[in-house]
Design a binder for this molecule. Structure first.
Ligand code: NAP
Length: 479
């Protein structure tokens, strides 16, 4: 199997197949073209699904040791190549080098975790209510899984979907985000290098609007694991329901971080800066609503404003940079529109300026929106950029009410030194994940990940919970 040099190709069965060459451009430096990536067409997509279906026959009954070995080896290769993969990630997505490398490490650890899950897949045995009958509950792979991923975690999210899909014996057609094909291509290449058999993972690159429907509607696709925006996720979930396909959607957030009067201010500022602005705020778990009780509000906004102004915006590849560029022009303009909206809604804006650098890129300084109220659109819609608003509240009860006043429910945080408030918030926060004295973003690779309401649909991702999506239970009776 030879890979072409000039254009990074799609992987269909054992062939690297060309398509419409599309440039992948560095958001820190528009003059830097990372490479050309081939967009697949509908017939290539069909061939990829057919290859995955054919490979399912053998991969689904392969030894757990085989699956362990491939995933463990792939994890090792990723960890060994963390620096070059981190550079690639920073260059194509704009995450700063430290964050990009940490994401790569996470992808490696995820694959190693799921290597272990392959050999841990166990069923149940029950006593029957009937004499002389045995009841066994076994788990089987689902079949061919379509994996559709966003650009903001271009190696970790594919790894945490591919890992369990493969560990439990499924085969895959993987469509990464059009903006970040480089990490997807590298990940699939590493899986092949680690010994993944032909057809078990197929990579089709291109736009979701072009490839999506054909992928979702294929009768040979048994399940769809999607991460991305709410509108796309709802559309995918509806389409899968119509075709009775298994579906899992991880979507957006409007995550609250509550800061109480009794909070340790250093802890609170660190959690809010990290949660709101790291990764340029382009995280589904970003703390976009900072809900602060009145006793500490003035001190909080003064300290936050100073810290926000000191954050160094620049090229993702410069080790001194703290905030990298926004991912592309569309996202950049959307952020500017939200800043205009915030101004028109009466917010006071700290930061939020276009930043000039030595290279041309999508540089925007982080913005803190002050004097905002819960009903403003900037407090209701996911912005997905380096923009966070502050909402002043009277007390803890109002803070909880405002925190829960959202259609989303992914992550929710609280900074407090009160055990009573921390315990109460963990119970009452309407979110899939709750953080106490920690940023709303940043989770472990072995713990379940996901949200509620508009943020998530279907079973949880990651950790041992991932098997609920990637396996099907079978109950067998023997008399
Ligand atoms: P997006 O626009 O919904 O795209 C996500 C993926 O879906 C991309 O691969 C996209 O393809 C594809 N897609 C678009 N239209 C499609 C269609 N009609 N059928 C099938 N696939 C289609 O989201 P994004 O802008 O990439 O990512 C940002 C969003 O992801 C934010 O809302 C963020 O909160 C969310 N997110 C959620 C989580 C979580 O775990 N909850 C994690 C990370 C991000 P192309 O873009 O290539 O055209």
């Amino acid at each position: 199997m030879r890979q072409r040099e000039a254009v990074h190709c799609n992987l269909i069965g054992d062939q690297w197949v060309g398509g419409a060459p599309t440039p992948n451009v560095n958001p820190s430096d528009w003059a830097d073209e990372i490479g050309l990536y081939a967009h697949a067409d509908a017939s290539q997509l069909g061939a990829a699904v057919a290859a995955a279906r054919a490979a399912f026959e053998t991969w689904s009954v392969s030894s757990p040791q085989t699956r362990f070995d491939v995933l463990d080896r792939a994890g090792t290769l990723i960890l060994e190549r963390r620096d070059t993969l981190g550079q690639l990630l920073a260059r194509e997505e704009g995450k700063i080098l430290a964050e990009a490398t940490a994401e790569v490490v996470r992808a490696g650890m995820v694959l190693k975790f799921f290597a272990g899950e392959a050999v841990r897949m166990a069923g149940d045995r029950m006593d029957s209510v009937r004499q002389g009958v045995d009841v066994e509950v076994t788990r089987e792979p689902v079949g061919v899984i379509a994996i559709i991923t966003p650009w903001n975690f271009p190696i970790a999210i594919p790894a945490w979907k591919l890992g369990p899909a493969l560990a439990f014996g499924n085969t895959v057609v993987f469509k990464p985000a059009e903006l970040t094909p480089g990490c997807a291509h590298a990940l699939v290449s590493i899986l092949r290098e680690a010994g993944l058999p032909t057809g078990v993972v197929n990579l089709v690159m291109g736009r979701g609007s072009v490839l999506g429907d054909a992928l979702l509607d294929s009768p040979d696709i048994d399940g769809v694991s999607f991460t991305g925006s709410v509108p796309t996720g709802r559309r995918i979930a509806a389409r899968c329901a119509q075709a009775t396909k298994r579906v899992q959607c991880e979507m957006g957030g409007k995550n609250p971080m509550v800061v109480l009067d009794d909070a340790d201010m250093n802890v609170a500022i660190a959690a809010c800066i990290n949660g709101a602005f790291f990764s340029t705020g382009q995280r589904c778990t970003a703390s976009s609503r900072l809900i602060v009780t009145k006793g500490v509000h003035e001190r909080f906004i003064k300290a936050m404003s100073e810290r926000v102004a000191s954050l160094k915006v620049g090229s993702a590849l410069d080790p001194a940079t703290e905030i990298g560029p926004v991912v592309d022009q569309k996202q950049f303009e959307s952020n500017l529109d939200y800043l205009d909206l915030a101004h028109n809604e009466g917010a006071k804006i700290v930061g939020g300026q276009k930043v000039k650098q030595a290279t041309e890129g999508w540089f925007l300084s982080p913005a803190l929106l002050l004097d905002t109220t819960p009903s403003m659109r900037v407090n209701r819609e996911e912005i997905f950029g380096p923009i966070a608003s502050v909402i002043r509240v009277a007390d803890y009860e109002e803070a909880v009410a405002v925190a829960n006043d959202t259609e989303f429910g992914l992550s929710a945080g609280i900074c407090t030194t009160s055990l009573r408030h921390a315990r109460d918030f963990k119970r009452r926060a309407r979110a899939g994940m709750v953080m106490v004295n920690l940023p709303t973003a940043g989770v472990d690779y072995h713990a379940p990940f996901g949200g509620r309401r508009a943020s998530s649909f279907g079973p949880r991702e990651q950790g041992s919970y991932a098997r609920e999506f990637y396996t099907i239970v079978k109950t067998c009776y023997t008399g």
